[in-house]
Ligand binder design. Structure first.
Ligand code: G6P
Length: 369
């Protein structure tokens, strides 16, 4: 078993450290340098068909859903198509409006999650086109979808999903650019700039992974926090949801994600000196707003750990600790901002002595409804 873990103490840590490769394997074959387009071999959806789509549903469960909401944000903002993102166990029971002009994107690591599969079938019955972003080749979801975008994350063994999420985000970056290009909402120049940035991403993933020791020390410092809030705005808010989920799943610490601007409408009443707020502040246009929310937390004696972009050092005057991620295009910060959250959850879990690879009550693939 030690050999299977490739020298790491746990599968979760091994899989976290595989992420530069996973991102590279998912992105690079689709981004040939000699073509100004994205090559998605298993997506047959034509330009004409895309032009007829008037609504997109993004449906998934758990971590895959949190990758989906990043996709929703990007698709609406870049491709300008209305998107509704929803967990599969809600979507399937509410008689959603589906027709031939609907596109559904489902995300699933295993390709076997019962609720996600049921949502896919419901969409197909209603005449929708279904694209699956899936990791397991030949899985039920891969077989039943019309189009497939494989995440090349390789087998994920740890129950808590890490590398599959990064691969799902990478797939969402590709799909967003692809749809925006097809619909004429992105031009070739813009695409080339984004592609150059995507080429840099695996290397930047490694730069964040190099901070593991520092993040371990921060996990030791904050291990006894009674309540943890993960906050951000825009894309950072989407990423905060995955950070909070990871801490609950593997460390059994109560935590909640919150839109930073909503803190003052309730949760701020819970802030005391045993509360930790993880503030994600990677989006330049929202930076000042979130930082002022973090100041409000500090004024009430809460502890603040920020995840910010390298160079934005003023934040050190406001918060207790900062983890910096490399600069990238705003669209692509989610993979980088999430890695410290994964490592933090991992180290809090192991410091508390929990079985990080097999957390209590959780299953890797949920095939019951
Ligand atoms: C379970 C796993 C999660 C996963 C979710 C969706 O809850 O513990 O890690 O995100 O199922 O699984 P899927 O295979 O559909 O991505």
């Amino acid at each position: 078993a030690a050999a299977e873990k490739g020298g790491y103490d746990h599968f979760m840590l091994k899989e976290i450290f595989e992420q530069a490769k996973v991102v590279k394997d998912t992105l690079m074959p689709r981004l040939p340098e000699d073509q100004n387009r994205i090559v998605l071999d298993d997506i047959k959806l034509s330009k004409k068909e895309l032009e007829n789509i008037n609504k997109i549903y993004i449906v998934a469960c758990g971590t895959a859903y949190y990758a989906g909401i990043v996709g929703k944000y990007l698709l609406e903002r870049i491709a300008r198509v209305p998107v509704v993102a929803e967990v599969a166990s809600e979507f399937r029971y509410r008689d959603p409006v589906i027709d031939e002009n609907t596109l559904m994107i489902v995300l699933s690591q295993s390709g076997e999650t019962a609720d996600t599969l049921a949502a896919l079938r419901l969409a197909k019955q209603g005449g929708a086109r279904v694209i699956a972003i899936v990791n397991v080749v030949g899985s039920s979801i891969a077989r039943e979808a019309d189009d497939i975008l494989y995440t090349w994350a390789g087998p994920e063994i740890a129950v808590a999903s890490t590398k599959a999420y990064s691969a799902q985000l990478a797939a969402m970056y590709l799909l967003t650019c692809h749809i925006a290009l097809e619909l004429g909402r992105m031009n070739e120049e813009e695409f080339k700039e984004l592609r150059d940035e995507l080429y840099q991403l695996p290397r930047k993933v490694n730069r964040v992974l190099n901070k593991a020791e520092r993040i371990k020390r921060l996990a030791d410092k904050y291990v006894n926090s009674k309540n943890v809030f993960y906050v951000g705005r825009g894309l950072d808010y989407m990423v905060s949801m995955e950070g909070s989920l990871k801490l609950k799943e593997v460390a059994y610490v109560h935590s909640e994600p919150y839109a930073a601007g909503e803190l003052k409408h309730g949760p701020i009443a819970l802030i005391e000196d045993t509360t930790l707020v993880v503030g994600i502040v990677t989006q330049a246009e929202l930076y000042d707003k979130t930082v002022s929310n973090l100041k409000e937390v500090k004024a009430r004696n809460g502890k603040v750990l920020a995840i910010a972009v390298k160079g934005n050092t003023e934040i050190e005057k406001v918060v207790d600790d900062v983890i910096y991620i490399p600069q990238t295009h705003w669209m692509f910060s989610s993979i980088l901002a999430n890695i410290p959250q994964q490592l933090f959850a991992y180290y809090v879990s192991t410091a508390l002595g929990h079985d990080v690879d097999k957390p209590r009550n959780l299953a890797k693939s949920v095939t019951v409804e």
